[in-house]
Design a protein. Structure first.
Length: 620
């Protein structure tokens, strides 16, 4: 059998990379290889259309082993298990406790309690944790940063009173004052000095972390993957510096830091991000000369993004969060929170929370994602992405360090300016449909109504009003779909839904293609669109449009035929409805000279065009 194999393979000569490139160039028929096939990422590097073994041989990441420094392949050697986490608003201790006990029987093994600052007391915590085996469940707590030390002391006392084994307590406290500086511009520097005391309060709990790096907030503000990665490293290093400068042992300091990171829709890039993050963090911590190499392990709680979630066609959010959670699971994170699909417009209910839980359970119980350590390892593509992201993320880290570290960079507004610029760039790309939001700016549900849904605002965990407390620059961000949603909501609130009628005539293929394009274009604003099979004359089409009560008549034909049909149709319509030409024909200047001013095509800014149409239709 082996002889047969040797003979088989000896008959085929392995092609070289250049031979592949030559063959591709022939197939491109003169088209530019770099423009057609090379992916220019937002992360600062290019991705070619194929990789070969020779590309990966020069990389270091494939040489790493699971559970060993620099942990690029994960912290575990034997499996890929992660905590399935669900967060609970715990403003009522009894109700939160009842809910926690219920969901622990539904597949959850990690609880996140969001506690108002004025509820932090021993009695409240006792009620909240009543009946919960704290050695069997991961416990995570988030409260006002000014009350976190008090909460840490209460928890330590509670665990002692219950006689729990300190080594079996797993969880975290979400204490991250720097997040408030970056996101809200609030001056929280006075409470940064509390960090060593919080660590001291929890030092006897080796698996309980109490300092957080909430890079998820950058993700939800529209940051590119490499920005979240690079800034998260600088952010974590700021806390390492702070703790070690205060006399905290490097091993203890590193063991108390946890990262809450977002997951965006870029499937393979997100897998690579978490692998790169572990690699970079291990190298950073190593510089502090910890006694134990395991202190260089990074603990990541991954949360599916809100930035790309939508109010309209909201069930598509399930598709987004499913691929996102898959990325994180395959990348070997510590825990995952799947944001319920309705979180952007209402407080999640039992139904949406159940779906969110089941999304992770499907990955574990049916897809067995928890069985194989680092399944992406060895993939030429993922290994290259991991290395490329590491390099670009490290550049951001070094740039921040040159500006005095993450805290100083935030106080100068460097971080905020960078994220705000990215957010603005992404909103502009969405407006021009260079970045697609399925169900919003591309293939919207034509007939869907909001049914009273409104975007939710964010609230401070403290419950205090910090509206005017802005010492530093803040990040100004809205979800990517928000501009289109506001536009569509205004149309609904106007009380009159405009009707857009497709006047299809001439070349069959072109009129159908342009009618479909125009329907998708105008439905982004919630207009009612009326498609048609075709008309034999423009008079017939215009008459039918007016009979249907059309506010907009869209002429759909081929570029050549617009010279014949557009001006007669415009004149016959005679201002009785808005007239739009679908396309950018060569005769556009002639059509404009005749008074036609509305054209929709792939180079349009969809959002601005629809705003303009709303204004013309009296919708404000």
């Amino acid at each position: 059998m082996s002889n047969c194999k040797e003979k088989l393979f000896s008959e085929f000569e392995a092609p070289t990379t250049q031979e592949w490139l030559d063959k591709i160039q022939v197939d491109l028929k003169g088209a530019d290889f770099n423009k057609r096939l090379v992916w220019r990422t937002n992360e600062g590097f290019d991705v070619p259309p194929f990789y070969r073994r020779e590309d990966v041989l020069k990389l270091n990441t494939p040489e790493s082993l699971p559970g060993e420094f620099p942990y690029v392949r994960g912290n575990k050697k034997n499996d890929n298990s992660w905590y399935i986490r669900q967060d609970i608003n715990a403003d009522d201790a009894n109700k939160a406790n009842e809910k926690a006990l219920d969901i622990l029987n539904r597949g959850i093994n990690s609880l996140g309690f969001k506690i108002p600052g004025d509820c932090v007391n021993a009695e409240f915590i006792g009620t909240l944790l009543n009946g919960i085996d704290c050695e069997a469940v991961e416990l995570n707590f988030n409260t006002c940063k000014r009350h976190t030390l008090e909460l840490a002391e209460i928890l330590s006392s509670y665990f002692d009173k219950k006689g729990y084994d300190k080594a079996k307590i797993n969880g975290s406290l979400d204490w991250d004052p720097i997040e408030k500086i970056v996101i809200k511009g609030h001056d929280t520097t006075p409470i940064l000095s509390v960090a060593p005391q919080i660590v001291e309060a929890m030092k006897d709990y080796p698996h309980f972390r109490c300092i957080s790096v909430n890079a998820i907030s950058l993700n939800n503000a529209g940051a590119y993957i490499v920005q979240e990665l690079g800034y998260a490293m600088a952010w974590g290093n700021e806390y390492m510096n702070m703790l070690t400068d205060a006399g905290i042992d490097a091993d203890l300091a590193a063991s108390k830091i946890t990262f809450n990171m977002g997951i965006s829709e870029n499937f393979f890039m997100e897998i690579a991000k978490f692998r790169a993050a572990r690699l970079l963090w291990a190298e950073i911590v190593k510089k502090y000369e910890p006694k134990a190499e395991t202190s260089c392990m990074m603990c990541v709680n991954a949360v599916t993004s809100k930035y790309n979630m939508t109010l309209f066609d909201s069930y598509v959010n399930l598709l987004r969060s499913q691929t996102e959670s898959m990325s994180a699971a395959l990348a070997g994170v510590h825990s995952i929170v799947v944001t319920p699909f309705d979180a952007v417009y209402e407080n999640p209910n039992d139904f949406s929370e159940r779906l969110a839980r089941n999304q992770q359970l499907l990955l574990k119980e049916e897809s067995h994602f928890d069985k194989v350590v680092d399944p992406a390892a060895g993939s030429y593509f993922v290994e290259e992405l991991t290395t490329s992201l590491s390099n670009e993320g490290w550049k951001i880290f070094l740039d921040v360090e040159e500006n005095g570290g993450y805290l100083e960079a935030a106080q100068k507004g460097i971080v905020q300016d960078d994220i705000n610029a990215t957010n603005a760039k992404r909103h502009d790309a969405a407006a021009k449909r260079k970045e697609f939001i399925l169900g919003t700016n591309q293939f919207p549900n034509f007939t869907e109504k909001s049914e009273g849904k409104k975007p939710l605002g964010c609230t401070c965990q403290c419950g205090n009003d910090h509206k005017h407390d802005t010492t530093f620059k803040a990040i100004q961000s809205t979800r990517l779909a928000a501009d289109f949603e506001n536009l569509r909501l205004k149309v609904e609130e106007s009380g009159k839904i405009p009707v857009a009628f497709m006047l299809t005539i001439g070349n069959l293929a072109m009129r159908q293609a342009r009618a479909q394009f125009s329907c998708n274009f105008l439905a982004c604003a919630g207009y009612k669109v009326v498609d048609n099979l075709g008309f034999s004359t423009i008079e017939e089409g215009v008459d039918e449009a007016l009979k249907s009560g059309a506010d907009i008549v869209v002429l759909c034909s081929s570029d050549d035929e617009y010279a014949e049909y557009a001006i007669p149709a415009f004149k016959y319509l005679d201002g009785r409805a808005m007239f739009v030409v679908a396309g950018a024909p060569a005769c556009m200047d002639d059509l404009k000279a005749a008074g036609i001013e509305n054209f929709i095509h792939v180079r349009c800014n969809v959002l601005e065009t629809l705003k303009e149409y709303n204004a013309k239709l009296g919708i404000k």
